[in-house]
Design a protein around this ligand. Structure first.
Ligand SMILES: [Zn+2]
Ligand SMILES: [Zn+2]
Length: 300
């Protein structure tokens, strides 16, 4: 656990915005952050357990979980992730940090799985999962300060959800910031000031119009997306204002339109952002150690 700086990395486990999944397509939102010797999962959209396993991280190593807000594309697989880690031999405490309501989610998940939990404790001699896991509900401000790791939060603009928080992880002079889901929100630039990596959600306007045309609930969907999410150009504006060292476009909307590719995202964000850029896809690794801010192949 010590001297882990050489392997510090961010892995984008699930890179699409919204809860829908399609054949061969990307998964909803989740990320792995390995910093300060900790194994941290940020958001638990569907697919997080499989994607985390595919990184080579044993589920038993699960340590800290952060949930930005309670939309299902960020929390649906929280319980199943922890439960699967438990059946894989988890024996060390896990702390889940989330907005108000996270405790109720966990309590009800354990109730829903009561039969299985009780029988595995008796039959397999496992520790009580309800005692291994603690939930800390947070608001805006300092979330965690634990040795080398400091985590702070900023309430962002994601109507009608009011408890939605950007997160800033700081350790050893480096920082990674997640925007969470948000409409263009200028205070984020200050919150992300000087970040080594800013992971910001992004929509592509032309892609949204195609998405809206495909769905039966088009007008309503369009209204929600534009009120609650940021265009790629707006993400670029936040990154520029923050003076971030790298911008990662994530929570992509649309993420699975064959007519939309990296070149389209790049063209949009280059109007407002000239720095290092990564367009997220599932499983993509951003190295954080030393001066190598990121792997080079996706740089554009
Ligand atoms: Zn979302
Ligand atoms: Zn959301």
């Amino acid at each position: 656990m010590s001297g882990g700086d050489t392997s510090e990395r961010l892995v984008l486990l699930g890179s699409k915005g919204g809860p829908a999944v399609r054949p061969g397509g990307p998964w909803p939102s989740s990320s792995l952050l390995e910093v300060a010797g900790r194994v941290i999962v940020v958001d638990c959209g569907l697919g997080v357990t499989r994607s985390l396993t595919d990184t080579g991280i044993g589920l038993k190593a699960l340590d800290l979980v952060f949930i930005t807000h309670l939309h299902s594309d960020h929390v649906l697989e929280l319980g199943p992730l922890i439960h699967t880690a438990w059946t894989a031999g988890l024996a060390t405490p896990v702390i889940v940090y989330g907005p108000p309501g996270t405790g109720l989610y966990w309590q009800h998940f354990c109730q829903a799985m009561n039969f299985d939990i009780e029988i595995r404790i008796v039959d397999e001699g496992r520790p009580d999962i309800r005692k291994l896991v603690s939930v800390e509900e947070f608001g805006e401000g300092l979330v965690l300060e634990d040795g080398r790791l400091k985590v702070t939060s900023l309430r962002v603009d994601h109507p009608p959800v009011t408890d939605c928080f950007a997160l800033r992880f700081e350790h050893g002079g480096r920082s990674v910031v997640f925007s969470a889901d948000t409409a263009f929100f200028p205070p984020l630039a200050d919150f992300a000031k000087g970040a080594d990596v800013l992971v910001h959600e992004a929509m592509l306007e032309a892609g949204v119009e195609r998405l809206v045309a495909r769905t039966g609930n088009g007008a309503r969907l369009r209204e929600h997306l534009f009120a609650s999410h940021s265009l790629a150009e707006e993400a670029g504006r936040i990154a520029s204002g923050a003076g971030a060292k790298r911008l990662v476009l994530n929570h992509l909307i649309p993420a699975d339109d064959p007519a939309i590719g990296d070149a389209d995202w790049t063209a949009a964000v280059r109007k407002t952002w000239a720095g290092d850029l990564t367009i997220a896809r599932d499983g993509l690794v951003v190295e954080l150690a030393g001066d190598q801010a990121a792997s080079g192949e996706e740089t554009a």
